[in-house]
Design a protein around this ligand. Structure first.
Ligand code: AMP
Ligand code: MG
Length: 314
């Protein structure tokens, strides 16, 4: 059952408590309703992908109550400070270098060294972020491939029974997604949205480069610098070869050196995926064999990531 919570202090407090328990809570922002989860929790973020049935681990936007909190998650240079002061709180997302000390789940950033962050203007979103007191990962609160929700009823129509709660703050004002500005190199418009690019150009005093193909990432494999293991990966391994490090999945892989989920739970496997790929890469002597992962639910996103990691590299 998905609860509908009011925007009273008690409703917000309950929403914050659910987030602290690793549960998912949809909440209004000035753009669209976001599907929030604790950005530091691997399990909470894995559940976001599961609830939306996203077929890929694309990176998510991290929401913070103010600029000060945002500075703890990302590195701000003078340009970033300038646009943040001009447009936050508001529908602008900045892609900035990630601070490792933020301890975000690698699922949030698709294991990239950059992070997308935003300070929303909606009073309910800000109140919830303050009450929770930690970064919240939140893509739009709709099943993958469906229209973004601008009312609590839309959220329930798509996700009822799949998330703990929705905070009902009425209709969203902008109804458009946030503009995404890449600031890890020359300022780049990664996605048009609620803040017009002209306004950003006027603030920066320079034109934005339009996103080149490689710069408009929809999936980690399309991003310019995603983590690829040094070792080679062999998929669908039921029995490892001699010298191969076995990254297992499920009870059939009892002999595996590491098991993504002993019980065969896909949420657990997704939560472990990036951590275990790194560990396997550090411990393997050149070759990793990975158990078959069922091509259903989160298994599709896991297999998508594994196929990219296994693809030949130049
Ligand atoms: P959504 O969460 O559905 O609004 O989508 C988030 C958007 O931000 C996607 O287009 C992502 O590719 C983009 N994005 C999120 N994190 C990063 C990042 N670290 N680097 C580049 N783009 C990102
Ligand atoms: Mg969306």
């Amino acid at each position: 059952m998905t609860q509908t919570l009011p925007t009273t202090n008690a409703g917000i407090a309950q929403a914050a408590q659910l987030l602290a328990q690793g549960e998912l809570v949809a909440f209004p922002t000035e753009t669209v309703y976001g599907l929030g989860g604790d950005a530091r929790s691997d399990t909470a973020v894995a559940r976001i992908f599961e609830a939306k049935a996203r077929p890929r681990f694309n990176p998510l936007i991290v929401h913070l109550p103010d600029l000060e909190a945002a500075r703890e998650v990302a590195v701000f240079d003078a340009t970033a400070e300038r646009v943040a002061s001009a447009f936050w709180p508001g529908p602008l997302t900045l892609v900035l270098p990630l601070r490792p000390s933020a301890r975000l789940s690698p699922l949030v950033t698709a294991d990239l060294p950059s992070v997308a962050i935003r300070v929303p203007a909606h009073p309910v979103a800000r109140q919830l972020l303050r009450a929770f007191g930690a970064p919240v990962a939140a893509p739009s609160a709709n099943p993958s491939g469906k229209v973004s929700p601008t009312r609590a009823e839309h959220v329930l129509a798509g996700l009822s029974g799949r998330i703990a709660a929705v905070v009902d703050g009425g209709a969203c004002a902008v109804g458009l997604e946030s503009t995404i500005l890449g600031l890890t190199g020359a300022p780049e418009l990664l996605r048009p949205g609620g803040i017009p690019s002209e306004a950003i150009e006027a603030c920066l005093g320079q034109p934005l480069s339009a996103a080149s193909d490689g710069a408009k990432p929809t999936a980690p494999g399309q991003l310019r610098s995603h983590y690829a293991p040094r070792a080679t990966l062999r998929l669908n391994v039921m029995e490892p070869e001699a010298g191969e490090f076995w990254l297992g999945f499920g009870p059939d892989a009892g002999q595996a050196a590491l098991n993504l989920s002993d019980s065969g739970d896909l949420v657990e496997a997704a939560a472990n995926l990036f951590h275990f790929l790194r560990e396997a890469d550090a411990r393997a002597e050149g070759r990793i064999g990975v158990s078959p992962i069922p091509e259903k639910g989160l298994g599709r996103a896991i297999n998508d990531r594994l196929r990219r990691a296994a693809a030949p590299r130049g």
